[in-house]
Design a binder for this molecule. Structure first.
Ligand SMILES: Cc1ncc(COP(=O)(O)O)c(C=O)c1O
Length: 456
């Protein structure tokens, strides 16, 4: 008899991943029937027309096909050729060979330099250890490794924001742990409050859950919020008080749109506080920012304040899959090591970067303002990341899932219902990305406006 559904574990059957759930499946069906669909369900920039950065793709192409370095080096700017040669020399065997489990050493070194340059501000000298950096297949794999490590029993819980990115709820479920949600405060621009954290923790403790870690997504998906330094300090103190590890998901660190708002990493603030007792796992990715290279599956995880014997266990887990994919590792190198000012590729790189980021900032504003003009919809400021998560008022008895499905059927706009990310009981939301081209963002707003007026 072939494998039956009843043979599968509850952990697998009960794992849900909303951003690719039934509404997206229906969108694909409609598209196959010839309907025009605007996919606003997932933060996949290049699927919505964002162009890859020339520098990153050309250097990667040279590394993938080193024969070009011999046959056509003049077709590429000198610094690209030089960077590709360095990558091939340093990797020794090129992109077709496994690397060491943690990832190529020179790339980990480049990541330590990137972190030092990013975080050495406000008079804080920052240093990280390349032995505590792991190249990963996108940030997702790093997050899964950290959760695998932390969830030792069914009573172990992880504090995650509500709303959250479903990688967390799905993986915690899959690994047999407990999800402990802490609410973000929508009326304060999805801010994070100590009271909400304490309440969530104590509720979980009363239920016999041993809370092991807190996940913070900054800038926030789906909320678009960016944490202040005080907020980050508060989380670090909270983690210390309750002996929790921090998982800092910082994949949107380049996606800041609000003038005067800046990204601060947990690593930076921990160094500023001279905090050496709280364990920190931070994640970054080539999928977001202005790279938008989701398909290349590049990213890294940095661990701090973790004893060497635990580091050895992480390395062991990483080595079960041998290593992260090599093109993704190279993409990560190119993300942390862009062309230098004055290099032949620099000007074009800066132009492409600025054009992508300024377009995203423009779309965030258009979407936020457009949604706020629709009666019954309220959208908090989109300060960062790639999403809006507006609240919607629905007639009693209807769900946001039914709303999003009807929106799709009537207008072709594909968004994800709030139930997939979590929300306070009695509230309803949907998540849409800011990624479609400006013209389409306007179409999306008009479609939602017309739909909401007849639905609400
Ligand atoms: C908050 C957050 N973390 C992690 C990821 C995973 O990204 P990737 O695995 O492509 O790096 C995403 C993707 O959308 C995300 O939004």
């Amino acid at each position: 008899m072939p494998l039956q559904i009843s043979d599968l574990s509850d952990a697998v059957l009960n794992t849900h991943y909303a951003v690719r759930g039934p509404i997206v499946a229906r969108a694909q069906e409609l598209e196959n029937l010839g309907r025009k669909i605007i996919y606003c369900n997932i933060g996949n920039p290049q699927a919505l027309g964002q162009k890859p950065l020339t520098y990153a793709r050309d250097v990667l192409a040279l590394c993938e096909q080193p024969a070009l370095l011999e046959s056509a080096p003049q077709a590429f700017p000198e610094d690209m050729v030089e960077t590709a040669r360095t990558i091939l020399d340093q990797s020794k065997y090129g992109l077709g060979a496994y690397s060491e489990s943690k990832g190529l050493r020179f790339i980990r070194k480049a990541i330590t330099d990137f972190i030092a340059a990013r975080d050495s501000t406000d008079g804080i000298a920052q240093s990280s250890n390349l032995e505590h950096i792991y190249l990963t297949d996108g940030a997702s794999k790093g997050v899964q490794t950290a959760l695998r490590l932390l969830l030792a029993s069914q009573k172990d819980g992880i504090l995650i924001p509500i709303p959250q990115y479903p990688l967390y709820s799905a993986t915690i479920r899959l690994y047999g742990g407990q999800q402990v949600g802490y609410y973000l405060d929508e009326d304060c621009g999805w801010g994070l409050s100590e009271q909400m954290l304490e309440e969530a923790l104590h509720r979980a403790m009363k239920e016999g859950i041993r809370v092991r870690a807190i996940v913070v997504i900054n800038p926030g998906n789906p909320t678009g919020a960016v944490l202040t330094e005080e907020n980050i300090e508060m989380v670090i103190r909270f983690a210390k008080r309750h002996n929790l590890t921090i998982l800092a998901d910082e994949v949107y660190q380049e996606n800041i749109y609000e003038p005067g708002t800046r990204f601060l990493s947990f690593a930076h603030v921990m160094t500023k506080l001279s905090e050496h007792e709280v364990s920190l796992f931070s994640f970054h990715s080539t999928s977001k920012g202005f790279f938008g290279e989701c398909g290349q599956r590049g990213g890294y995880m940095e661990v701090r304040n973790v004893p060497e014997e635990v580091v050895a266990q992480i390395t062991k887990l990483q080595s079960v899959a041998l290593c992260a994919n090599l093109p993704g590792q190279v993409m990560t190198y190119l993300m942390v090591n862009p062309p230098r000012p004055g290099a032949p590729s620099y000007k074009r790189y800066v132009e492409e970067r600025s054009s992508i980021l300024s377009e995203l900032a423009k779309r965030a504003k258009i979407l936020e303002e457009g949604l706020n003009r629709i009666p019954g919809i309220r959208c908090q400021p989109i300060r960062g990341a790639m999403y809006a998560y507006p609240s919607i008022s629905l007639p009693t008895g209807t769900s946001d899932e039914a709303y999003c499905l009807a929106l799709l059927e009537e207008t072709g706009v594909c968004v994800v219902p709030g139930t997939g990310f979590g929300q306070k009981p009695g509230t309803a939301h949907f998540r849409t990305t800011i990624l479609p081209p400006t013209r389409q963002i306007e179409e999306v707003i008009d479609a939602i406006d017309a739909f909401q007026r007849q639905w609400g």
